[in-house]
Design a protein around this ligand. Sequence first.
Ligand code: ADP
Ligand code: SF4
Ligand code: MG
Length: 358
Amino acid sequence: MSALLAAEGLARAYPVQGGLFSPRRMIRAVRDVSLTLARGEALALVGESGCGKSTVGRLLLRLEEADAGRILFDGQDLRAVGTATLRALRRRMQPVFQDPYASLDPRRRIRDVLEAPIRLHRLREGAAVGARAAELMAQVGLAPDGLDKLPHQFSGGQRQRIAIARALAVEPDLIICDEPVSALDVSVQAQVVNLLAALRRDAGVALLFISHDLAVVRHLADRVVVMYAGRIVEEGATEQVFTAPRHPYTAGLIAAAPRTDRGRRVHAPMVGEPPDPLSEPSGCAFAPRCTLATARCNAEAPLLRDVAAVQRSACHHAENVPMPDVPGSAADTPLARRLAIYRRARAAGAIEQEVPHA
Ligand SMILES: Nc1ncnc2c1ncn2[C@@H]1O[C@H](COP(=O)(O)OP(=O)(O)O)[C@@H](O)[C@H]1O
Ligand code: SF4
Ligand SMILES: [Mg+2]
């Protein structure tokens, strides 16, 4: 079966103005990014701030044009199809962004927010439109009387549920979420993460989940793609990547994730800074921060290659990457604890409706 989404060789650079006498230079935000997503799959895109995650999301949604590369959605080339086909394909891939405040028009009632796309795409007619809007509210755990309210009458978590309901209104095959819970309180984060997990499980919606929060990623994603300085440096099945990372950068991210050791919050922050996005390193971009770097690393840029059954790494010394040696447990942060409660309850069959009414 063909992939739902396949991106090949995506690149995007942004011009930045130099000083009066210096030439215009380019920030190479995304370089040669290829990824695939199967129907109903949850794929996470992780990496430090500035590594190019959001740019990849915008390129895939065609909110912004790639300088190079192809994007196939359900086998059709998004960058080559005509306007009508593009509009039809776009309905099937919906974004959910970090800031639910900015993504909702403060003057529009929720009923209009949800009903307008249903009418626009002729998914229901007459009274069925209103019934569908009420159904969407229930699906995201909100009471139906919320339909007649304005965005400011909801909390941040509720607004993010509304943004998810709006994405669902057009019955998408894929939701691209860019840091969808980063702006929310921890207690609400777990609810929204579980809502997304439930949609994927029950409605079969595929997720591209952009996040820097590894606890959430581990809970939600089937596969993980790790980006560094605009490129993919590792990708693989989630548990494989978390338990046996094959890129020193991934190992560093895992070590840097918040964790608890005998009641104390500890973490091992990564040393060094990402490279200047204006420069093109000759060898491996991670070399200045890497304890495994050798002369070869500075001379030759590593290519992404298979290192295990469902795992690829762009590291010359992938086979020698040690497991991060950090005390404590990443499963012991407030959010990870809440997510674990959901996981255990679901395994025991105790959760029927994933999201309590809020
Ligand atoms: N519109 C833009 N103009 C100039 N530079 C940009 C623009 N958008 C992103 N960048 C730069 O591209 C790089 C990648 O940014 P982004 O995709 O937002 O990273 P992430 O989402 O991983 O934090 C950063 O260096 C950022 O400053
Ligand atoms: S290629 Fe070399 S410098 Fe780059 S991550 Fe691997 S070991 Fe480190
Ligand atoms: Mg971002």
